[in-house]
Design a protein around this ligand. Sequence first.
Ligand code: ZN
Length: 462
Amino acid sequence: MPFDLVIHDGLLVTLSDTFQADLGITGGKIAAIGQKLHGEKTINARGLYVLPGAVDPHTHLEMPVGKTKSSDDWFTGTRAAAHGGTTTVIDFVETAPHQSLVDALAARRSLAENRAAIDFAFHMTLSNASRSTLDEIPAMIETGVTSFKVYTTYAGLRLTDSEFLKVLQAVSAHKGLVIVHSENDSIVKYFTQKLLDSGKLAPQYHPLSRPDIAEGEAVARILSLAEAVCAPVYIVHISSAKGAKAVAAAQLRGQNVLGETCTQYLLLTEAEYQRPGFEAAKFVCQPPLRKAEDCAALWAALGTGSIRTIGTDHCPFNFVGQKDMGSERFTEIPGGLPGIESRLALVYSYGVRKGLISLNQWVSLCCTNPAVIFGLYPRKGSLLPGADADIVLFDPKIKKTLSHTMLHENVDYTPYEGFQLQGYPVKTLLRGEVLIDGEKAINVAGKGKYLKCGLPRIRSTP
Ligand SMILES: [Zn+2]
């Protein structure tokens, strides 16, 4: 019996190996890896890398923020992701006041169903530690939401240390994973107020309102609290050397700690805030961009495996019409950067090609580890027989200058304008179907399915 589809002669790249083989797909699943496989349809992948579809563990599509919402909706954002080789996103559910977790999940899920181009799963945000909220954790895990996000800052979201302990205990008792936005709220409030009081209202001042020590303190404290109740924890979007160092120290003590960083913290620095006029607003995100030394520390932490995933925290706002809500004062600028489409290519060009990480680490950081940690492996993030045939064909020879005009994100700029790329995805398959062929997206609307996450895998790598 021939396979439905065979990808011939590509260089298969997994977290541990790189080898030339044919890959056979049947019924939307990877059916075999071998030589001279026979397919009803074939794709010639000679000279191309064949990777598992990338998994973005951190996106905010159509996310309400104050009076606006992030500009990519579930269709445009996931289509852009597919163009960049991402076939699964893990986004967030936030509850409205007095809304149950179950209702919030259903509402969020219905926004994505029939619109998303790629598969999607969710983290649940917990903005309180009330009895009724914590009592819903088992039901969430049952429905496939097994990671729970908490914040150390932001009014309405921030948990106190004692609330945080309750959440850690409740989530870990059911074998879920708590994921944390870590910035010290008092430090952020103190510096923000000081800047506002002295009339420093321009976006150039944004990074001074959230110094790296705010992250360093919060990460270290969260890890101590997690240690106190023996619970695992995952720190999202680590931006600084101080944050990375706190994570590595806890790992050395034997603690179950996972770290994530994002493309922007690896490739962009606070120098962007020196741009003239309001341009700096394009780079306003929380935590802010840091110094070149911080980028270097984050690359080093990826190299040693201390930071385990690269996400995007994709949360786009148009420069005209959204970011300019903060033209009078930087605190009103909706925070977040676009990046869902260019992660794989940027990390390849600036990580693998520059020798900071290996080809196999690139695949583990962007594809496999997020799937493993959030309970989607081996269905996602792998090229194993039986896995969903989510595949990226990546041409390491293509040269491009990254520009907003070539991207499909629904936003009027890219923070990576002018970045030089060598290597770009040329085809993206979701469950055996070609979604993206060169520049073309093929019937992508609604192709994505809701994924139930299994229990997180915290210690082991596959
Ligand atoms: Zn985020």
